[in-house]
Design a protein around this ligand. Structure first.
Ligand SMILES: O=c1ccn([C@@H]2O[C@H](COP(=O)(O)O)[C@@H](O)[C@H]2O)c(=O)[nH]1
Length: 292
């Protein structure tokens, strides 16, 4: 492990603050909400926009404008930009740059994962300084083996960025893979590997997070998983459109709840295109996550 991070969250020798430290500060200041930017064709239509790059741009920049001051992070869903080809990816680049200007953290939901040599290229794309697609963090899929993610884990540490590794996903098909293995389930092994990785971040929150769905119910208890011990942020999708509530999140995560960043997309986005409606919907979710 080349890079070390001080207890104050500074990456050694770079003067940079680690992603975990930056996210922890944003969650403390704004609350534990991430707003997903998922420009589904049906949403573009309901906003009166065309399903093309111009519609995508208007949608994405409007969501950012509405929530930049109240969300700890925004999470563009990369697939919904990719489906517009190079013009869509150019909009994603513009959105990531605009979020940087607005000082809101970004999670590129790209779910990348490949053999190590190719993984280095994905790491370069999402986590390297100066890359047109550089985000503050990226979601990763560990199903080629956690260690195959090494290039991204190391580059994130070096550049003060972060990763969220899929552990227990919010979809009903997830358990058929993630619960396999009994007491040593796949999900539990991923969580243990993330915990080991976070020992290089001795501060409160490491930069290696997990994705654990708000919908997983009793799975954490059933699989004997202690997420508080991971010392990293937990990105929890599944609020709203997939049926989970902030109360479910609190019950599901228990003592790990302070690490949880709830993320909601369609439920909030359906309140657009007006800035007021989007803000109200985001604030309603945020109030629920804060227990207000
Ligand atoms: O386990 C997972 C991992 C990622 N996602 C992503 O989060 C959003 C959820 O959108 P909603 O509209 O709030 O349902 C979407 O981009 C998914 O790809 C997830 O849902 N579950």
């Amino acid at each position: 492990m080349p890079e070390q991070v001080s207890a104050a969250g500074q990456v050694s020798g770079t003067g940079r603050e680690s992603f975990g430290s930056r996210l922890g500060a944003a969650m403390a200041a704004r609350g534990p909400l991430c707003v997903g930017i998922d420009p589904h064709p049906a949403l573009l239509k309901s906003w009166g926009l065309d399903d093309d790059a111009a519609g995508l741009r208007s949608f994405s920049l409007t969501v950012l404008e509405a929530v930049a001051s109240l969300a700890a992070a925004v999470k563009p869903q990369v697939a919904l930009f990719e489906r517009h080809g190079s013009a869509g990816m150019a909009v994603l680049e513009e959105l990531l740059a605009a979020a940087r200007d607005e000082s809101v953290l970004t999670i590129a939901d790209a779910k990348r994962g490949d053999i190590g040599s190719t993984m280095a290229a994905y790491a370069d794309a999402w986590l390297r300084d100066g890359s047109p697609l550089a985000a503050d963090s990226v979601t990763l899929s560990p199903y080629l083996g956690f260690e195959s993610l090494r290039p991204a884990l190391d580059l994130a540490a070096e550049t003060g960025r972060g990763v969220f590794v899929l552990a227990l996903t919010s979809n009903p098909e997830g358990p058929s893979v993630q619960h396999v293995g009994g007491a040593e389930s796949v999900a539990r092994r991923i969580a243990s590997a993330a915990a080991a990785e976070n020992t290089r971040y001795p501060g409160a929150l490491g930069s290696v997070g997990l994705v654990v769905g708000a919908t997983v119910g009793s799975a954490l208890a059933d699989l004997g998983m202690d997420l508080a011990a991971v010392h990293g942020p937990i990105l929890a999708p599944g609020l709203g459109a997939q049926g989970a509530t902030p109360a479910d999140l609190r019950a599901t995560f228990g003592t790990a709840y302070p690490q949880v960043l709830g993320t909601s997309s369609r439920d909030i986005l359906a309140a657009g295109p007006g800035l007021g409606g989007l803000r109200e919907a985001a604030l309603r979710t945020l109030d629920g996550l804060r227990g207000e």
